[in-house]
Design a protein around this ligand. Structure first.
Ligand code: CO
Length: 436
């Protein structure tokens, strides 16, 4: 388990008086006061910079460094930061499961490619890009078959967005009557953020010529699960991309190499990896992947199908489970917020279990259907504290308390959990997952 330490900061006077219960401080330090923080630190470091290189210099300054490498890797002390792998079927299906992003160890809004979460239903296929073909057929005037090389000649676009598994945060859902004490990355780490580049799907559908009866598409992967989902044609024509690049490099094998569908804001497995065909259909296909899974259990015993959009959500990632605090003092509360409906407009943070809230600062740029970083300074007095975050988006959606979210579904519902996450800070600085 990652066990990252965070230290309290000095110079409390610049933060002023608390703006809400539990010691939350004004977010203005992240909006306009940044220069003040920087100048304080610079003044303190000036004396150290005046020393010249000599016998007492560190080893790194007196010995040449390591040579170049063709592909960079993380610094040695950071190598223990890994995805958490869960294989619920064990040896019966080692390729069915997830590798979760270690949110407690990351900052900013872009997930490194090697730590982007992975969900596979029957392993990561090995696909020869020379041999791979992509088919558009069904209710079209001209069925088309493409090579990768030919697709790479089409006009491309780049956009930054999150991908979130529909089952993300299942450890906070009503499947678990008691809160699981695992790092935040194991609770909410089936979401990651990346910059994706590829060909807009509507260009290819235009070339194939849609039949007016074509209202849905079936997207199918070339993996051993034949992962396939039905997508409304409106989404396919709106902002769907056939992605070839992730954060500037060609897709990793586990992210769908050589090509994947990307449906911003929709449940992650609809962004079908290892994409081999799109069939235009009159209605949904009711594939195994959208009937046996990815349906929502309702209180009346029915299962709701085709709930595509991932709701407004947020979580504090520091402090959070998997992070240890050392003593009372000033801290920065940092976290992520996102919405499949649009842009995050506001994140409120509570340090008194929801009795009072203070508005956090949001990191720019705030992009629709993308991870947004929020921050707020906090003076912890060392007493037991309940921390929460609550995000709101530009369509007016906001997060519900866990009990209110849970009451919408039958017991055992594990998809689309976007309830407020609660962290308990103990007197010893330990952080726990709490239900309130
Ligand atoms: Co759904």
């Amino acid at each position: 388990m990652p066990n990252k330490q965070i230290q309290s900061r000095a110079s409390p006077e610049i933060f002023g008086e608390p703006v809400a219960g539990g010691g939350l401080l004004n977010r203005r330090v992240f909006l306009a006061g940044g220069a003040l923080l920087a100048s304080t630190a610079a003044a303190r470091d000036a004396r150290a910079d005046s020393n010249s290189v000599g016998d007492d210099s560190p080893f790194s300054m007196t010995t040449p460094g390591k040579v170049f490498q063709g592909y960079g890797v993380p610094a040695v002390p950071e190598k223990p930061i890994q995805r958490t792998v869960l294989q619920p079927y064990g040896d019966l299906g080692p390729g069915a499961g997830v590798a979760m992003t270690p949110l407690e160890s990351l900052e900013g809004t872009i997930t490194p490619n090697g730590l982007h979460f992975e969900r596979s239903h029957n392993g990561r296929p090995t696909i020869d890009p020379e041999a791979h073909r992509f088919l558009i057929h069904g209710l079209v005037k001209r069925p088309l078959k493409f090579t990768i090389e030919s697709l790479l000649r089409y006009p491309m676009m780049t956009r930054t967005c999150f991908i979130e598994c529909a089952g993300n945060s299942f450890f906070n859902s009503n499947l678990f009557p008691e809160p699981m004490q695992v790092p935040v990355g194991m609770i909410h780490g089936l979401v990651s953020g990346a910059e994706w580049t590829g060909v807009p799907l509507n260009i290819l559908l235009d070339e194939a010529g849609l039949d007016s009866k074509g209202k849905w598409i079936l997207a199918e992967g070339a993996d051993a699960a034949g992962m396939s989902r039905s997508v409304p044609i409106e989404k396919a024509l709106d902002d769907a991309i056939i992605a070839f690049y992730q954060n500037g490099e060609r897709l990793r094998g586990e992210q769908g190499y050589p090509m994947r569908l990307l449906l911003p804001g929709f449940e992650g497995n609809m962004s079908v990896k290892w994409l081999r065909r799109i069939k235009v259909t009159a209605g949904p296909t009711y594939t195994k992947d959208e009937t046996s899974k990815y349906s929502d259990l309702m209180p009346d015993g029915t299962a709701r199908l085709f709930t595509f959009t991932m709701g407004i959500k947020s979580t504090i990632t520091r402090p959070a489970t998997g992070v240890v605090m050392y003593g009372p003092g000033l801290y920065e509360i940092s976290g992520l917020a996102w919405s499949g409906h649009g842009s995050v407009t506001r994140v409120d943070v509570s340090a008194d279990g929801g009795k009072s809230w203070a508005e956090a600062a949001l990191g720019e740029p705030i992009l629709p259907m993308a991870l947004t970083r929020f921050r707020i300074p906090w003076r912890w007095d060392g007493t037991p504290t309940i921390l929460q975050s609550r995000a709101t988006d530009d369509k007016g959606n906001t997060q519900l308390r866990r009990a209110v979210w849970s009451a919408q579904y039958a017991a055992g519902e594990l998809y689309h959990c976007n309830a407020i996450q609660t962290w308990g800070i103990g007197r010893n600085g330990e952080v726990s997952n709490v239900y309130i």
